[in-house]
Design a protein around this ligand. Structure first.
Ligand code: UD1
Ligand code: UDP
Length: 363
């Protein structure tokens, strides 16, 4: 029996191929939702659109400081694990949900042999930005070092793990489940919706912007500089900046009292709507991990508004440029990526990662 732990938008999306694979293969599993994300458009919409079963448990932790959120999730998960006694717990990515799920499971002894704890499987293991000031880097390093199964999306991720002394027999290069999710849902999205014209846009006639990293949006000067660079790109090209605004960013824009120019600000979109918008964008400008991957998979050039990335495969492929956060460097990165031919190869696998992961833990 497996426990699948998730709590945020990207975890729901990237765990969906694993849940589907369990269903197809009749593998016994249950889902714990931590409630780290809880607004309809950050949570429920994905269960509905992706046809996922309702979580078996919801901890409803909500938004808190890092330590409080992590502690509450650990306490809630421990109780469930003691009762349900899963053999393996799967976590995905680098959020506080992952950190707390990994810590709770790896210290929870529920087997008759009391020296054995619950095995953790870390989906999307081995990513490194090498920037420990990012909360996500701390979370992923801890999760990797405590996990029994490390599902690395790429060879590069596997090498990071080996270099940190993690035993090779624990590491499996599977591809990233985001490829499975994109392949499964893009065709469906095209059949069902026309998000681009619904927003009054034309294919290749707009830029897609997403921003939510704590270090980018919680500091006024940094956020103002990024927005200034983006506005300049709008002014010099005449193309709108379509901006589905993450709730953290919405809160910070309001609290700083910022006025945005050149942006078409919209609520966060469901995955099907977002995939459509992303696949027809002229360029994606983002600080999201998942958007860097998806833009690469969809052959949409990407500018990453950060100084480091844990997805260097996208940069090496020629699909992504690491711009930093200064207005001038964002502008020149956009110029550079607008001129780039879209002929790169997707480095994140063949869309079978979900099945591969389930075959490893449930042979
Ligand atoms: C979290 C993850 C980040 C991930 C992102 C995906 C951590 C440390 N951060 O960041 O790695 O990239 O999710 O989107 O785990 N809020 C709402 N409704 C919600 C959720 C959040 O209004 O459903 C608002 C709250 O004001 C909250 C803020 O967003 O304080 C931040 O939420 P939080 O989950 O702490 O961090 P994210 O920025 O979402
Ligand atoms: N996404 C979405 N609607 C939006 C913005 C993003 O469905 O309005 C999806 C996107 O397709 C990707 C994931 O959310 O799969 C990325 O999540 P996010 O940027 O919040 O987190 P990160 O990947 O940086 O952890």
């Amino acid at each position: 029996m497996f426990a699948i732990i998730l709590g945020t938008r990207p975890e729901i999306i990237k765990m969906s191929p694993i849940i589907r694979s369990c269903q197809r293969k009749n593998v016994d599993f249950f889902v714990i939702h931590t409630g780290q994300h809880y607004s309809y458009e950050m949570d429920q919409v994905f269960f509905e659109e992706l046809g996922l079963p309702a979580p078996d448990f919801n901890l409803d932790v909500g938004s808190k400081s890092h330590a409080e959120q992590t502690g509450l999730i650990m306490t809630g998960i421990e109780k469930i694990l003691i009762k349900e006694k899963p053999d393996v717990v799967l976590v995905q990515g680098d959020t506080n949900t992952v950190l707390a799920g990994t810590l709770a499971a790896s210290k929870c002894s529920v087997h008759t042999d009391s020296s054995r704890t619950i095995d953790v499987g870390h989906v999307e293991a081995g990513l490194r930005s090498f920037d420990r000031s990012m909360p996500e880097e701390v979370n992923r390093v801890v999760a990797d070092h405590l996990s029994r199964y490390l599902f690395a999306p790429t060879e590069n991720a596997r090498e990071h793990l080996c270099r940190e002394g993690i035993s090779e027999e624990k590491i499996f290069v599977t591809g990233n489940t985001i490829v499975d999710a994109v392949f499964e849902n893009l065709a469906l999205a095209k059949k069902r919706l026309d998000t681009v014209s619904g927003l009054g846009l034309s294919p290749n006639g707009y830029f897609l912007v997403t921003l939510h990293r704590q270090e980018n949006v919680d500091a006024r000067k940094r956020l103002e500089g990024i927005l200034e660079g983006l506005t300049h790109i709008h002014e010099s090209t005449g193309m709108p900046l379509v901006f589905p605004v993450h709730p953290r960013t919405e809160k910070m824009i309001a609290s700083f009292g910022l006025e945005l120019e050149g942006f078409q600000m919209i609520k966060p979109l469901g995955f099907l709507e977002f995939l459509q918008l992303e696949s027809q964008a002229r360029l994606a400008l983002t600080d999201s991990g998942g958007v860097q991957e998806e833009a690469c998979i969809l052959h949409v050039p990407c500018v990453t508004i950060r100084s480091s990335t844990e997805r260097p495969e996208t940069v090496d492929a020629g699909a992504n440029f690491l711009a930093g956060v200064d207005p001038a460097s964002i502008i020149s990165a956009a110029d550079r990526m607008l001129a780039r031919p879209r002929s790169w190869k997707n480095p994140f696998g063949d869309g079978m990662a979900g099945d591969r992961i389930i075959d490893i833990i449930a042979p």
